[in-house]
Design a protein around this ligand. Structure first.
Ligand code: PLP
Length: 404
């Protein structure tokens, strides 16, 4: 059973107050809090097993290497990848996309070739492609959406041409909460012989994901958004794709042999992991994935769905409430504005009530332009949030509304 009190007890920070008020943490889209199990695993490794991985013959190095590679296996199992060769550790979603954009464009694209992204992308799935556009003359095409925040499949299909070389899109929007039908979008791309990168930053923490069932060619996410530590993330790639891509950065570990005349590269996944990896971070990430797996991704999804439906219903009762993102399939991210109250004022005043929400453009300025606004207030739920917290949020918004 989903014992919310017991779950909350695993997250010490949820017991603290801010400005003398109990903390209501609703900024999980930005980052999640960490359970004791994750923090303790990190401390334990620093205290007892710390040594550089893959390099030493000594006991500690071997133990640290085993832990690090066991973490890779935990990730593989969690996302349903075929092999640990397909699990590359990175610093996070942003680095994963930059790695892919850079190596894919370098090896698979020429000037004039096209990448398809969508209107609702985070900047980290726009700018890396724009950098490639500047450097190599590739072209970025954009899938439009309707006013509910759903992509238009017909328009998507129309964007494909022989020049289309890759599609890169978010599984779940960090602003609208829209859950994109990635399985179908991937099927369409594959029918045109085009691979797909899925940005899973906002999906991995909230729903079961199986990369083989989705048939995603690449899937990326960040550890810190799934109750793990900062500074570590994942790039999943089908082996036959990763094999075709050149290394991203040069350094230790990614090589097989180096001479001044000729250097050869290591096998997957190490080819993409130059330098000392964040092996402590990967341990923390693996414990976080163990933690959510023990609760069950289906149970987490059901809990957050209930919370989101309750929140939407309660928020709609507030006069002047405008919710951005009314997709039929949506996750636990709710962006809103109330009357003509500036999002920043709303966020600042809610903060004084102990409620942590996000305000601004949420690193999605093109989406803000499409919506015709500068920014929103965003409440985003995690596995530990409660209906009582939603009530505090609603009461807080109403109080701010009455002040204006
Ligand atoms: N993509 C989406 C959809 C996001 O929500 C975020 C973070 O908010 C990112 C990418 C970037 O993640 P990170 O900053 O962890 O690299």
């Amino acid at each position: 059973m989903y014992d919310i009190e017991q779950i909350r007890a695993d997250f010490p920070i949820l017991g603290r107050t801010v400005y003398g008020k109990p903390l209501v943490y609703l900024d999980n889209g930005a980052t999640t809090q960490k359970p004791r199990q994750v923090v303790e695993a990190i401390t334990e490794e620093y205290y007892n097993t710390n040594a550089n991985v893959h390099r030493g013959v000594h006991f500690l190095s071997q133990q640290a290497t085993e832990l690090h590679e066991a973490s890779r296996e935990t990730v593989r199992r969690f996302i349903g990848a075929r092999s640990t060769n397909e699990v590359v550790f990175t610093r996070g979603t942003t680095e994963s996309i930059n790695l892919l954009a850079s190596t894919f464009c370098q090896s698979q694209m020429q000037a004039g070739d096209e990448v398809i992204v969508t209107t609702m992308e985070h900047h980290s799935n726009i700018v890396p492609w724009q950098l490639q556009a500047m450097q190599r003359g590739i072209v970025v095409r954009v899938v439009p959406m309707n006013d509910r925040g759903e992509l238009l499949p017909g328009e998507y299909e129309k964007l494909f041409s022989p020049k289309t070389k890759i599609v890169s899109l978010a599984h779940v929007s960090n602003v609208l909460g829209t859950v994109n039908p990635v399985r179908e979008l991937i099927r369409t791309a594959h029918a045109h012989g085009v691979p797909v990168l899925v940005d899973g930053a906002q999906s991995i923490p909230h729903m079961p994901v199986n990369v083989q069932e989705l048939d995603a060619d690449f899937y990326v996410f960040s550890g810190h958004k799934v109750y793990g530590p900062t500074g570590v993330g994942v790039l999943y790639g089908k082996e036959n794709w990763l094999d075709r891509l050149p290394p991203y950065q040069g350094g230790g570990e990614m090589i097989q042999h180096v001479s001044f005349e000729r250097t050869t590269f290591n096998e997957l996944p190490f080819k993409f992991e130059a330098g000392t990896p964040d092996y402590i971070g990967t341990t923390g990430l693996a414990r976080a994935l163990d933690y959510v797996s023990a609760l069950g991704m289906d149970s987490i999804a059901a809990h957050e769905h209930d919370l989101t439906q309750y929140a939407l219903q309660r928020l709609r009762e507030i006069p002047g409430m405008r919710i951005f993102g009314e997709a039929a399939e949506r996750g636990g991210v709710i962006s809103f504005l109330v009357g003509d109250i500036h999002h920043f004022d709303m966020g600042t005043l809610l903060d004084r009530l102990g409620i942590a929400v996000r305000t601004g453009h949420h690193c999605a300025q093109p989406l803000m332009s499409r919506l015709g606004i500068e920014g929103t207030v965003r409440a985003s739920f995690g596995l530990y949030n409660t209906r009582e917290e939603v009530d505090v949020l609603v009461a807080g918004i109403d109080r701010v509304r009455k002040m204006f």
